[in-house]
Design a protein around this ligand. Structure first.
Ligand SMILES: O=C[C@H](O)COP(=O)(O)O
Length: 255
């Protein structure tokens, strides 16, 4: 938590979900309508095939819909790609850029991630910029250096707390059931805040820094209660409404 920052609990469905899954979204929306939004903002980033449906379903709730990636360009000859403008047109408010799965699967480097963040802003979307170290980098003691490098390269110099959210996701914690200790998360998030401050000045003080990687209802109070953790980016547990709502409910037990 950071005083003065309203937490954001964001889901990332990744390459999961068909129209049959939309009922989970309805239940997520209904859950936030029954009072959870007092504690936290909520967002679910879904595959592009579901985005327009998701946005329509969630439009009657406090929960927003987002995209999982965007191209750097507005339009053109890029078969199979989706622009930020297309996501906006389909009802997105946010888009994830630089997720470690895209960095690994599609060879996306920091320069591409930064260009995607700028593309998101151009379309009127908030960019959720993901950073985080691999297991090998962690074991080499390079975690903070990796975070510094990724912030330097992936975050545009004119980022603000209104147009950008940072998500710290240790790659080795994603989908593994493993999580860093609260002390590790404290150190990483403090370092991220410091580096953002050096780069962005006062804009960094109110910028949300989410934690992502095996967040579940059972560990949410511990992970999300850490200083400078301003919400969660949730993968697997966002696919089931009960789990996603359970994570958001953690804020009722965090002071
Ligand atoms: O974007 C979400 C993260 O990759 C976390 O995924 P996970 O909650 O399944 O570990």
């Amino acid at each position: 938590m950071t005083p003065g920052i309203r937490p954001l609990v964001a889901g990332n469905w990744k390459m999961n979900g068909t129209s049959a899954s939309l009922n989970e979204l309805r239940m997520i929306g209904n859950g936030f309508m029954s009072g959870l939004d007092a504690e936290t903002e909520a967002l679910v980033c879904v595959p592009a095939t579901l985005l327009a449906h998701a946005a329509e379903i969630l439009s009657r709730t406090p929960v927003r819909a987002g995209g999982e990636d965007c191209h750097t360009k507005e339009s053109g000859a890029h078969t199979g790609c989706i622009s930020a403008e297309m996501l906006k047109d389909a009802g997105a408010s946010h888009v994830i850029v630089g997720h470690s799965e895209r960095r690994a699967d599609n060879n996306e480097d920091d320069a591409i991630v930064q260009a995607k963040a700028s593309a998101a802003w151009r379309a009127g979307l908030v960019a959720i910029i993901c950073i985080g170290e691999t297991r090998a980098e962690r074991e080499a003691g390079a975690t903070l250096d990796v975070l510094s490098r990724q912030i330097a390269g992936s975050v545009p110099p004119n980022a603000t707390a209104s147009n950008t959210v940072i998500a710290y996701e240790p790659v080795w914690a994603i989908g593994t059931g493993l999580t860093p200790t609260a002390a590790d998360v404290t150190e990483a998030h403090a370092h991220i805040r410091e580096k953002l401050s050096e780069k962005l000045g006062s804009a960094a003080a109110k910028m949300r820094i989410l934690y992502g990687g095996s967040v579940k209802p059972s560990n949410a109070v511990e992970l999300l209660g850490v200083k400078n953790v301003d919400g969660a980016l949730v993968g697997g547990a966002s696919l089931k409404a009960a789990d996603f709502l359970g994570i958001a409910e953690a804020y009722r037990n965090i002071s």
